[in-house]
Design a protein around this ligand. Sequence first.
Ligand code: SF4
Length: 503
Amino acid sequence: MGTSQDSKSYKVVTYGCQMNVHDSERLSGLLEDAGYVKAGQEGDPDLVVFNTCAVRENADNKLYGNLGQLAPAKTRNKDMQIAVGGCLAQKDRDTIVRRAPWVDVVFGTHNIGHLPALLERARIEQQAQVEILESLETFPSTLPTRRESAYAAWVAISVGCNNTCTFCIVPALRGKEEDRRPGDVLSEIEALVGEGVIEVTLLGQNVNSYGSDLGDREAFSKLLRAAGQIDGLERIRFTSPHPRDFTDDVIAAMAETPNVMHQLHMPMQSGSDKVLKAMKRSYRQERFLGIIEKVRAAMPDAAISTDIIVGFPGETEEDFEQTMHAVREARFANAFTFQYSKRPGTPAAEMDDQIPKAVVTERYNRLIALQEEISWEENKKQVGRTLEILVAEGEGKKDDRTDRLSGRAPDNRLVHFTRPASPVRPGDVVTVEITYAAPHHLLAEGPTLAVRRTRAGDAWEKRQAAPAGAKPAGVMLGLPTIGAPSPAAAPAAAPAAGGCCGD
Ligand code: SF4
């Protein structure tokens, strides 16, 4: 493909969490700034960038498998370049070029802005470049970004994490929490709204500890309220909050700011106080359920979801029963459930009393069965409600066959609705009545009650008119897996579901 820098094509392959998806948007933005164009479906790209995740089990095997598959293409095209970034690169460093010597650049989580320069240096020196920094040089959001969606955007408000959850690799690979200044966050949101975006999701490994770096414990609730003032911004979400930092001022800001959605994804991880302690999660079951009670008192329509790890080292049947109890009490709209599996480099991987796989799977199946029942019951309560749905792109696999469109309710529930007679674009908003509930989606089978064409729909339409290579491909956003994901993990493909490792 391309012979000059100006016409080189690129492809970014992303693994893992929303933070990585958002980093990949920046990688694409940086590369396009440097003159690359997004590769089409045909032929080998001139550059392939893997943005890796260290959370998944066998992440390294998968990466080396993919790198191995690219080796023949690299032999065919000597000018082709391969770069590996993200958490696994930060962790494995020069092991990558030892195991896959055809890789040109290895970069870490703190220096994604250097990628174009590293590629150029690798080209000139004809030698692999490995550059891993231990701390952040530039806050990633200041880098150019190529957004995947015309109507919804991620906005990182912090990076890193000051906690030390024993199952999590994030503190080792992403470093201490660094908060972005509120003015910078708000300017970015305003600029996004100016481009047609109507929904933003504030992103951080531990989003509600925002402010610890700025010396203001209420900084997160103030940020929510300030973002709520931005004209044209219809939906604000955030992910993922830590129960420890979930203070009453955040609940008040959510309840009192009309465009902050009544949706909360708050990882519980376990209902057992003993296991939470072993995880180094500083809250206990009572505190967690207490937050949920307060959220429901302030916002009775709030949809609350969570992450749960089953089979953490030392988890007894009694501990697991505590998790089941908490799930019954909390009545989550959905839960991302994970079977614990060792992640090298984490304290939990070294703990005695790892639980046999068969026991973990049996508990996991019981948890899924319970959560499925609750999700379905909670969804049934939506039948008969009239809701505004933000029309989405790529969320309804069967839409063409069923003559439906799909989108997200304000609480982020997935809704499939009958295609309206008048044209509707992703980013537009329709009003429908819910007629049927399944465990993981809702149906609106009647006629659309109203269609509101939005600036976001205009922005989507404008993108469609752009040349094919300039159109971003859809990405499925979702949680990474720690072990196998629950079928219940399927619905929340919209930008609002969980942090890197279920923070
Ligand atoms: S699980 Fe979340 S809160 Fe805990 S260390 Fe990891 S990123 Fe931080």
